[in-house]
Ligand binder design. Structure first.
Ligand SMILES: O=C(O)CCC(=O)C(=O)O
Length: 255
């Protein structure tokens, strides 16, 4: 992995880093198969939603996609570049089919709040195919996380760079970085998983601690449980509030 100090500087400066070889090629193939199956299933029940083709809550849709939450390489870099107390805000997918963009192809940021020099959300994209200029590698405006306003379309595309990386790479970006998925001009799909991490005191998009099964939870280690939000649950009674320190639902000291 690249030097952490360099990655931190890059994150502050451009707002994005690419880290190669985070997931091995065999696992990438399994992830892609799980994702394709989930897309197919969703298309049978919800084909006309505004973000059709995007799979939500991927941890519920396949063992490998669930395991990614505990991937040590990913978690180590999140701890270093963001916060060890990060929780998952949303875990979904971004697929580009031949000749098309997707919901992520609009020019956008992944976090509506702007707090100078402070990351509230960190975006992670795990590339399940190589990202190239031809298949819609993500466009981004370097340094745009430092600005409160969003550029207009022509300024964005005149100044944007396009991400390219190999499958298995991890792209991490400040949630305020202005970006847009490209359009896939090849004849094969480009798949990716996207995890948005937020601070532990923020709300998650779904109530993951309740959504996830007890069986799945049992398989998580401490870091997996933390990412799900198990360390920031709210007590529902005084008995829960007064639980001993090691059993507290909302663990102290998290920023
Ligand atoms: O799929 C992509 O290239 C970009 C995904 C995206 O826009 C996002 O995760 O917010």
């Amino acid at each position: 992995m690249q030097n952490l100090h360099h990655l931190k500087e890059e994150m502050v400066d451009t707002g994005v880093v690419v880290i190669d070889d985070i997931v091995d090629t065999d696992t990438v193939s399994i992830l892609r198969a799980e994702l394709e199956a989930a897309i197919e299933e969703d298309s049978l029940v919800r084909d006309s939603v505004f973000d059709a083709g995007m799979v939500h809550n991927c941890m519920l849709r396949g063992e490998a996609m669930c395991s990614l939450i505990q991937n040590k390489k990913i978690n180590d870099v999140i701890d270093a570049l963001f916060t060890p107390y990060a929780i998952i805000y949303a875990y979904q997918s971004s697929s580009l089919y031949p000749g098309r963009g997707n919901y992520g192809s609009r020019i956008h940021v992944d976090c509506p709040r702007f707090i100078p020099n402070y990351i509230t959300n960190l975006g992670a994209i795990i590339a399940l195919n190589d990202f190239t200029q031809d298949n819609g590698g993500t466009y981004y405006l370097p340094g745009s996380h430092k600005s409160e306003s969003l550029p207009d379309q022509s300024f964005f595309y005149e100044n944007a760079k396009q991400l390219s990386c190999n499958r298995g790479a991890l792209i991490l970006f400040n949630g305020r970085l202005v970006h847009a998925a490209g359009v896939n001009r090849t004849d094969t799909a480009r798949h990716a998983l996207t995890i948005n991490y937020c601070r532990p005191y923020m709300r998650q998009r779904f109530d993951f601690p309740r959504l996830i099964s007890t069986e799945q939870l049992r398989q998580f280690n401490d870091i997996g449980k933390r990412r799900i939000g198990m360390d920031v649950r709210m007590p529902t009674s005084l008995d829960e509030f007064y639980l001993p320190a090691d059993k507290r639902l909302y663990k102290p000291g998290q920023e």
